[in-house]
Ligand binder design. Structure first.
Ligand code: HQG
Length: 177
């Protein structure tokens, strides 16, 4: 029961810290931070009261480390569709990274490469198992292997979030194997 409530709170946070802050009158700064007091007040005002202690527990126990609390501010560490400047440093990726998707997207991906679709960047996983879980959200998963080391050598930039998701602008088809 607690677990279900935690998932609901996490989904509520994802919705408003990544995609639709304006729905509850929340303002994110350029780097995606919201004031915790404002977030809790806005949530309560819109019929979804969250306690401060509860928020802290959800952030600390979130299975994927989706949120960062920093004093009185909170942000989603990745996954945004609203414009934010995460200011993550460029980092050298491992030789290969993985992308989990559903079988029905594979033909288009092989043709066009990986595109960020609704988000800011293409999301890549450091291991096959994680990619499989990501792909399984949309159906029978297919895991694509990305030659990240070669991409970086060719000048593509990679960044890694605090929860271990690798981000890059797009992946041209020739780097997929
Ligand atoms: C697909 C979750 C057709 C792509 C996960 C994916 C992740 C294309 C979908 C994070 C395509 C976009 C991100 C192309 C890409 N043609 N389809 N050219 N290029 N696609 O949700 O990577 O739980 O925006 O394969 O764990 O699935 O939210 O990206 O299926 O880390 O924290 O278009 O979201 O994390 O879907 O997932 P998404 P994603 P959270």
């Amino acid at each position: 029961r607690d677990e279900r409530r935690a998932v609901r709170v996490s989904k509520y946070l994802a919705r408003h810290l990544r995609h639709r802050p304006g729905d509850i009158g929340l303002v994110l700064d350029r780097e995606g931070w919201a004031d915790v007091g404002e977030l809790l007040a806005a949530a309560a005002r819109h019929g979804f009261p969250i306690g401060r202690g509860e928020l802290e527990r959800v952030v600390a126990s979130d299975g994927k480390g989706r949120y960062a609390l920093d004093g009185n501010r909170i942000r989603a560490v990745q996954g945004h569709s609203v414009p934010v400047e995460l200011n993550l440093p460029v980092a050298p990726p491992p030789d290969v990274l993985y992308h989990g998707t559903a079988g029905r997207f594979v033909a288009a991906i092989r043709r066009e490469g990986l595109r960020p679709m609704g988000r800011h960047a293409v999301h890549l996983s450091p291991d096959r198992e994680t990619a499989e879980r990501v792909g399984a959200r949309r159906g029978a998963p297919v895991v694509l292997v990305v030659r990240a080391g070669r991409m970086a050598a060719d000048g593509h930039e990679f960044r890694v979030t605090s929860n271990g998701v690798w981000l890059t602008a797009s992946v041209p088809p020739r780097y997929l194997c």
